[in-house]
Design a binder for this molecule. Structure first.
Ligand SMILES: [Zn+2]
Ligand SMILES: [Zn+2]
Length: 577
């Protein structure tokens, strides 16, 4: 508590106070514009704009929310980027998780921008680009690197997270100094030995940081997030105590953890089979980048050969820790896996925790595994997973080291942002120096003054459905919602073009509303309603397509609602013959 205040006083007491003030006045204004990642966990994307130059930090996607029927992913709205194309100098990536890199193929379809990322993140990005036949200028950066992008001087700083090569960035430019933590935790014993560079955090804090953007994901958790070393102990315990087949599901990108599963297997003379496309891809990439240099190729065995090995001689590492429908673990659970048939007493370890929203499908898989009498090990019962995000005490340390003038909580749902603001305030940050931004808002810093412009640009969700980007709007989503809730009725009517009389009995089809064969009475009544409607329309002389469509929709809606209390979508099809 005292630390924060003492340090800020020290800075305020600097002898060159007056000169500094003048210099601040002369600084050009700059803007921080989040396009994603605010009031949500997903599709992180932030812009720093100064002197007609823009630096982008991260470009992720989000998974669709509950009522986004049929939507594959959600990406940031790139309208501002397209409008200011010539100003965009570069995109720096904090790490290779999808909520930070998943939007890149969509971005590159709109603008061309040089990308700066750590080796693993760049490897993952390259794979995406190849899949989409895209190319771009690429710069691999490592912790400690300092480089210029236009007028921005960027420094990459080592952090810890649930993927290798995670970076924080210090960005200095004519307007000021912005520090972005990326996703991080403080791990004093990470599996790769690269401890977050708190020393550099502190030095940069001493140099004066105007704006800190900081991960808020775990602000609601008290204390400290445990080290990855905890996972190592639990995994050892599992391997020490079973002679059964071990199947571990985890995130493909957690390279260091996967390496540890391999090492533990080797210690117990087990060979390793890998299942799932993303797991195979990331493993191949990790080998290429040298993360698995000390693992002999001979320990790996093709998953199709796993069944030929004794139970205590094989470990299978698989995708599917989130219950993804097509993943290897899901296929194993439903007996659809080509090579792996689950057996009674197999040990299935979920080295993961459910991403919010996935709990239900994961518990379906877990129940399925229980039915197969498999031993299931979940992170809730044993420390086979730890979070990659800083808890509140770690966040306090970062605020104390950086001591920013202004603070923008980032990477969190609204409650996380609010609690992170409170945490900063409790450490002495004045409330008027803390800014809760939404996507599309802009924080403008101009010398010593600040201004927030709400809705500076569009920060809307852009929905991706198959090949369509942004063509599914709220109207289409409403239709899908209606279809999912009450189904659909089509009414087909053939009329004589000259006389307007019916040429045949109207045909009524329903989908997702009722089982037609059991409700023939209802269908017959509905058809008589259509006869009435056409009769009324004929006497009113309103037999044109638009009027008749409106009349059928309205009468059918009333009839169906009165008889079933349901409101299906109604589609009249009128044919003039
Ligand atoms: Zn992350
Ligand atoms: Zn993230």
């Amino acid at each position: 508590m005292a630390t924060y205040k003492d340090n800020s006083k020290k800075r305020a007491k600097a002898p060159a106070k007056a000169i500094k003030k003048n210099r601040e006045k002369a600084k050009p204004p700059f803007r921080i514009i989040p396009l994603g990642g605010m009031k949500e966990i997903g599709k992180n994307c932030t812009l720093i704009e100064c002197n007609n130059e823009i630096l982008m930090i991260d470009c992720g996607f989000a998974f669709p929310e509950y009522e986004m029927f049929g939507i594959d992913i959600v990406i940031p709205d790139f309208t501002y980027i397209k409008k200011n194309m010539e100003k965009i100098k570069g995109l720096i990536i904090t790490h290779g998780h999808e909520d930070h890199i998943g939007g890149i193929p969509y971005l590159l379809q709109e603008v061309s921008v040089p990308i700066y990322a750590s080796p693993l993140a760049m490897g993952l990005i390259e794979h995406k680009l190849e899949e989409n036949y895209l190319t771009c200028e690429q710069h691999v950066v490592k912790a400690g690197d300092r480089f210029r992008i236009g007028g921005f001087t960027v420094e990459a700083i080592q952090t810890n997270h649930s993927i290798a090569d995670s970076l924080a960035y210090s960005v200095k430019f004519a307007g000021g100094h912005v520090f972005h933590t990326g996703d991080f935790k403080i791990d004093y014993s990470p599996l790769d030995g690269n401890v977050i560079d708190l020393n550099r955090f502190s030095q940069l804090g001493d140099q004066g940081v105007d704006v800190l953007l900081c991960d808020s994901t775990n602000v609601l958790r008290k204390g400290y997030t445990p080290s990855e070393a905890v996972v190592r102990r639990s995994i050892d315990e599992i391997f020490d105590n079973t002679e059964r087949r071990i199947i571990i599901a985890t995130f493909a990108s957690n390279v260091h953890r996967i390496k540890y599963f391999i090492e533990a297997s080797m210690k117990h003379h087990r060979r390793i089979a890998v299942s799932g496309r993303s797991m195979e891809n990331v493993l191949a990439l990790s080998k290429r980048l040298g993360y698995l240099d000390d693992i002999p190729e001979s320990v790996f065995v093709d998953v199709s050969e796993a069944k030929n090995l004794a139970d205590n001689k094989i470990t299978i590492i698989t995708t599917g820790s989130q219950g993804e429908p097509m993943s290897a673990l899901t296929r194993m659970a439903y007996d659809n896996h080509k090579s792996v048939k689950l057996k009674k007493n197999d040990v299935v370890v979920f080295s993961s925790s459910p991403i919010p929203g996935n709990e239900k499908v994961i518990s379906q898989i877990v129940n399925r595994l229980y039915e197969k009498e498999v031993s299931v090990v979940l992170a809730s019962a044993m420390d086979v997973h730890v979070s990659g995000h800083a808890s509140s005490e770690e966040l306090k340390l970062i605020h104390t080291l950086i001591r920013p003038k202004y603070f923008v909580p980032a990477h969190g749902e609204y409650r996380h942002l609010v609690e992170h603001a409170k945490l900063a305030h409790s450490l002495g940050q004045p409330n008027e120096h803390i800014f809760l931004l939404g996507n599309g808002d802009a924080l403008e810093v101009n010398g010593g003054s600040t201004h927030v412009e709400r809705g500076y640009t569009s920060g809307e969700d852009v929905m991706v459905d198959g090949y369509g980007v942004g063509d599914v709007g709220s109207k289409v989503l409403n239709d899908r919602k209606k279809l999912s809730q009450s189904g659909l009725i089509t009414v087909s009517v053939a009329l004589d073009r000259a006389t307007g009389s019916l040429m045949a009995e109207p045909i009524l089809n329903t989908r997702g509303l009722i089982f037609e064969e059991e409700h023939m009475d209802l269908i017959r009544e509905a058809i008589s309603v259509i006869y009435n409607t056409i009769g009324k329309s004929t006497s009113a002389g309103a037999l044109d397509e638009a009027s008749l469509t409106r009349a059928i929709k309205s009468d059918m809606k009333t009839f169906i609602y009165n008889t079933t209390k349901k409101s299906p979508m109604i589609i009249p099809v009128i044919l003039y013959v």
